[in-house]
Design a protein around this ligand. Structure first.
Ligand SMILES: NC(=O)c1ccc[n+]([C@@H]2O[C@H](COP(=O)([O-])OP(=O)(O)OC[C@H]3O[C@@H](n4cnc5c(N)ncnc54)[C@H](OP(=O)(O)O)[C@@H]3O)[C@@H](O)[C@H]2O)c1
Length: 325
């Protein structure tokens, strides 16, 4: 049984706890919060046996085998580094770290310590994306794809009132690209591999991060357009165009209706039957990796490719990028 501790007490950790409850061989024993009372209340509400407010002591206790890092993006690297140093496996929310170099350091440290570090990238493990991959030969060769994720954030209303909520805070690696852009980027890398070149443009908001943006990923023989926004919304489906037809995907974070239309007009619907909470799939992958016998390198390489694309978009979009090779 893998004994987990969670870090962070927001909605995403609650959803993560629901996912863990559906995966055999893994359970949450401890809730970590920076605030003892908040941690106690959160653990009690979720039926988790204990809570802690001293992360180093928890990591050294021997009471846990793994942590789920559900803190703001800018806090991930230090918490993951501490866990790995203590010999504790790490499942780390997306984006794993603000830069590829930081994630590569975590991967190297984890290898040395004999533990797993995995990014919790929902769509990469979702059966819907695997279905898209299986359908690609029907329309091949692929020439153009367009993936996007846009959700107006209620926390943008706070920005408009002059505040800096975490998700729009440059000090915590906030912004639409880090928060939502990583989903279409991840889908592109999962389906097509690391791109040869990436460029992009960003729309800034008052706190100094991007609120929206767009990018182009170049592959041999095709390009992928990527868009993301937290200051607007979209009802446009995602699309992959091939010379023989198109694939339409309803939702890039969790593909549930995939439609193939061939050039002669033949239209086939491929509904995807999957868990409502698709964090289940990343938890299952993490549990399998921790249990041994499988290689985390392909998962980690996907994360690095996405973070490199993020860096290229930030650089092209006029943001300074630190710590990149
Ligand atoms: N997979 C998904 O669908 C999904 C959805 C949403 C978010 N996420 C990811 O989940 C992570 C958390 O996002 P969120 O919007 O939930 O963040 P958040 O509400 O700003 O913070 C999450 C938790 O981290 C702790 N925290 C807050 N500020 C912190 C700071 N400055 N330093 C250290 N810890 C801090 C808080 O717990 P305590 O005060 O109790 O310590 C808080 O409950 C992000 O990486 C985000 O990208 C993923």
């Amino acid at each position: 049984m893998i004994r987990l501790a969670t870090i962070g007490t927001s909605t995403i950790t609650e959803r993560f706890a629901d996912a863990v409850a559906h995966v055999p061989g893994i359970r949450i024993d401890v809730v970590f919060s920076r605030d003892a009372e908040r941690g106690r209340a959160f653990a009690e509400r979720l039926g988790i046996p204990s809570s802690a407010d001293d992360l180093d002591a928890l990591l050294a206790s021997g009471d846990i085998d793994a942590v789920y890092v559900g803190s703001p993006n800018g806090a991930h690297a230090a918490q993951a580094r501490a866990a790995i140093a203590a010999g504790v496996h790490v499942l780390i929310e997306k984006p794993a770290t603000p830069t590829a170099a930081e994630f590569e350091e975590l991967v190297a440290a984890a290898q040395e310590r004999g533990v797993v570090v995995l990014e919790a990238m929902r769509n990469a493990y979702d059966p819907g994306l695997a279905t898209v991959a299986e359908l690609l030969p029907e329309i091949a060769p692929v020439r153009l794809a367009s993936f996007g994720q846009a959700q107006y954030s209620a926390r943008y209303d706070l920005v408009l009132r002059g505040e800096t909520p975490n998700i729009f805070d440059p000090a915590l690696a906030g912004g639409a690209l880090y928060d939502l852009g990583v989903y279409p980027l991840s889908a592109a890398v999962e389906l097509f591999g690391a791109p040869d070149a990436v460029t992009g443009e960003l729309v800034g908001v008052a706190t100094g991060v991007d609120g929206a943006g767009a990018a182009v990923l170049r592959y041999p023989g095709h390009v992928v357009q990527v868009s993301f926004s937290k200051i607007g919304f979209s009802h446009r489906p995602n699309e992959i165009q091939g010379e023989r037809g198109t694939i339409e995907i309803d939702e890039i974070t969790a593909p549930r209706m995939i439609v193939v239309t061939l050039r002669d007009g033949t239209r086939t619907e491929h509904p995807v039957v999957a868990a409502e909470n698709n964090m289940i799939y990343e938890v299952a992958r993490f549990a399998a990796l921790v249990s041994g016998g499988e290689d985390a390198a392909p998962d980690q390489e996907r994360s690095v490719a996405v973070l490199r694309a993020v860096a290229a978009i930030r650089a092209a979009g006029g943001e300074e990028v630190e710590g990149e090779d």
